[in-house]
Design a protein around this ligand. Structure first.
Ligand SMILES: NC(=O)c1ccc[n+]([C@@H]2O[C@H](COP(=O)([O-])OP(=O)(O)OC[C@H]3O[C@@H](n4cnc5c(N)ncnc54)[C@H](OP(=O)(O)O)[C@@H]3O)[C@@H](O)[C@H]2O)c1
Length: 246
């Protein structure tokens, strides 16, 4: 049979967590542009999630908003059931939802903040994956990690640990779920979203060889690249303007 590259995304069903704004919205819209139907998860930003849904629908695909705190098992389960009830299946999962936490220095991280950051960024990605795997027999999963998960970053230790854990989880799931489900990660450097305090954006800009911070669409582009390929699994794609070259 003739192999078609890139793999067609038209008609696929995608669940993107944390897709009301920022990188998640850019991923949802990029998927819709490719003809995929999108479930837009949000935890708090309902208005923004509905805007993302409208943006997706403007490309002629079906899209719905689904509310759930991804760190909560019952809510994650309910979200996946809602998506299955509406679309009938899930072909693509993008674990994008994430929080940074406030603390930057090790001694400033409280137990509560550790649990909250690890709860969303790592446990959340895992439990949403588990709930999706009840239904997904073939498909693709992309986890949005971070440069902090590889080099420690300039962020709090809890955030870096959560993203390092997410990269290890990506490798582990890739081994367990092959050959029918491919699992990869994208590890962005700083991206121009609400996650980053505007005051430090200028400093972060100077750290990359491209002398800029990424646009959310540049991260979405890497996600689409992984989804359009049937022979990449257990990979982490860096999108950081050359920051890891030294
Ligand atoms: N921006 C960067 O520089 C950068 C760099 C590397 C990696 N990343 C990663 O990229 C991902 C997206 O970040 P972003 O920059 O787009 O940040 P953002 O603009 O702050 O968006 C974060 C998203 O995560 C969602 N979210 C937070 N807690 C959630 C929960 N408990 N359940 C469900 N959704 C939740 C938010 O939804 P609600 O508003 O509804 O809560 C929001 O849509 C994160 O995993 C982040 O760690 C970002």
């Amino acid at each position: 049979m003739l192999m078609v590259i890139p793999v067609e995304l038209v008609g696929k069903i995608a669940l993107v967590t944390g897709a009301g704004r920022g990188i998640g919205r850019a991923i949802a819209v990029a998927l819709a542009k490719k003809g995929a139907n999108v479930a837009v998860n949000y935890a708090h930003s309902e208005k923004k999630a509905l805007e993302t849904v409208e943006l997706c629908r403007s490309y002629g695909v079906d899209a719905i908003a689904v509310k759930a705190d991804v760190s909560n098992r019952e809510e994650a389960k309910g979200m996946v059931e809602e998506v299955i009830n509406h679309f009938g299946r899930i072909d693509i999962l993008v674990n994008n939802a994430g929080i940074l936490g406030n603390a930057l220095k090790p001694m400033d991280v409280t137990d509560e903040e550790w649990d909250a950051v690890l709860g969303v960024n790592l446990k959340g990605a895992f439990i949403v994956t588990q709930e999706v795997l009840r239904y997904m027999k073939r498909g693709k999963i992309v986890n949005i990690a971070s440069i902090a998960g590889k080099d420690g970053g300039t962020v709090g230790p809890h955030y870096a640990a959560s993203k390092g854990g997410l990269i290890a989880l990506t490798f582990n799931l890739a081994r367990h779920l092959a050959p029918n489900i491919l699992v990869n990660a994208v590890a962005p450097g700083p991206v121009d979203t609400e996650l980053i305090n505007p005051e430090i954006k200028e400093r972060l800009r100077s750290l990359s060889l491209t002398e800029k911070i990424a646009k959310p669409e540049e991260i979405a582009h890497a996600v689409i690249f992984l989804l359009e390929n049937d022979h990449i699994t257990g990979e982490v794609v860096d999108v950081n303007g050359g920051r890891l070259m030294d």
